[in-house]
Design a protein around this ligand. Structure first.
Ligand code: NAD
Length: 368
């Protein structure tokens, strides 16, 4: 794991042990909450699954009640750490049986990208709500199939877009909607890190179904949309590869891409697995600007606008995300920026366009 990720993980880990609000206030809230609780099973007990599970300890409206894993030793470990009973533990062969388990309302899928499609469809068929990590699918066709399967089964499909609940990000969106930056003209999104271990699934075409774009570039794709506040209508892209041994055919190392928006704004973005210190968003309008740097790491997110520093408090992203997703699934809450399958489909249509534009050198029109 690269040093940036290590650093961000240390900060996030220390944030997990700090209360999200003064202890007395938090305890009072927990004690007084008697509303519905979303009972969640996590599928794929890897690095991110662990982070979500730890963050959920601080949730009031969401609780980890089950696990799905192919590794019995991990299941034992999680049972001990989170108090999960044997009857709520499944493997990849028998997890369709969650259908009959009233202790599980939703399954949160945190497995490698290529597996999301079939796993989402199986969970939907079992009649449970689905939360899936990004990238939800590996292309727009798969994303549409997943949306259709969830609709058919009458379950909701949410995607782990944790930045859609991040306070400084939401403040910029509020200011933009309020006209405080004037007409939006330009967005810059730089997302990347130097990836380590060449044997990891993120560099395996079959499991990752791409490279940096699927993993980290997607933050610039998604960020361009929620920062500009419009859907792009065209994309151009250029790929460079300095290390064809580490980044095999079909695994992108570095892609620059540009998006055009209907109001005239343009975005210029960079996605890479081969440079550190890239986690920055910049939005420019006729009357002002906003910068987030870091913009999408685990935090603390930092930012400023032409009016000064952004001072919203740091939160553990996954705690707030799960709290808000419980509100969406149990109470029909509407988030400021959508986190559903349709939102992910738009990102995947753009990513399909980026890969096509990089391959052909042509401008690709987008129909989101
Ligand atoms: P990871 O390798 O740490 O964990 C993946 C887990 O899936 C492992 O426990 C592994 O055993 C399991 N798995 C099941 N079937 C597998 C198979 N056939 N091959 C390999 N592993 C298999 O990866 P991670 O970093 O936890 O990423 C998992 C997902 O979460 C990815 O889709 C990634 O994009 C996403 N993610 C999101 C964020 C975020 O901030 N939203 C951060 C990290 C990862």
């Amino acid at each position: 794991m690269n040093s940036r990720r290590d650093f961000l993980q240390k900060i996030a880990a220390s944030a997990l042990v700090m209360p999200l609000m003064p202890l007395a206030g938090w305890a009072a809230r927990v004690n007084h909450y008697d509303g519905p609780v979303l009972k969640v099973a996590i599928m794929g007990l890897g690095s991110y699954g662990n982070r979500v599970a730890e963050a959920m300890k601080a949730c009031v409206k969401a609780k980890l009640t089950g696990v799905i894993s192919g590794t019995p030793a991990k299941i034992k470990d999680w049972q001990g750490r989170f108090g999960i009973p044997e009857k709520n533990c499944y493997n990849y062969d028998n997890f369709d049986q969650v259908k009959n388990n009233p202790d599980i309302d939703a399954v949160y899928i945190t497995t490698p990208n290529a597996l999301h499609h079939d796993q989402v469809i199986r969970i939907a068929a079992a009649g449970k709500q689905v939360i899936c990590e990004k990238p939800m699918a590996v292309n727009a066709k798969e994303a549409q199939e997943m949306i259709d399967a969830c609709k058919k089964a009458g379950v909701q499909l949410l995607v782990g877009y944790r930045m859609h609940f991040e306070p400084k990000t939401l403040e910029i969106i509020r200011m933009r909607n309020n006209g405080e930056f004037g007409k939006i003209m330009f967005f810059q999104g730089q997302c990347g890190f130097r990836i380590g271990d060449p044997t990891q699934w993120r560099l395996n075409k079959q499991l990752a179904c791409g490279g940096a774009m699927m993993d980290i570039g997607i933050y610039a794709v998604n960020g361009a949309r929620y920062m500009v506040g419009e859907e792009p209508v065209w994309v151009t892209a250029q790929e460079t590869k300095t290390d064809p041994v580490k980044f095999k055919p079909g695994v992108d190392e570095t892609i620059q891409f540009q998006l055009g928006f209907p109001g005239g704004a343009v975005a210029s973005c960079l996605s890479t697995y081969n440079m550190n210190n890239l986690d920055r968003f910049f939005l420019n309008g006729e009357k002002g600007f906003a910068e987030l740097w870091p913009s999408t790491g685990y935090g603390p997110i930092k930012g400023r606008t032409n009016k000064g520093e952004l001072t919203q408090p740091h939160v553990t992203h996954q705690t707030v995300q799960m709290e808000e997703m419980a509100g969406i699934l149990l109470e029909g809450k509407q988030p400021t920026v959508a986190v559903n399958g349709e939102e992910a489909l738009k990102d995947l249509k753009i990513i399909d366009g980026i890969y096509q534009a990089a391959k052909t050198g042509q401008k690709v029109n987008l129909h989101l």
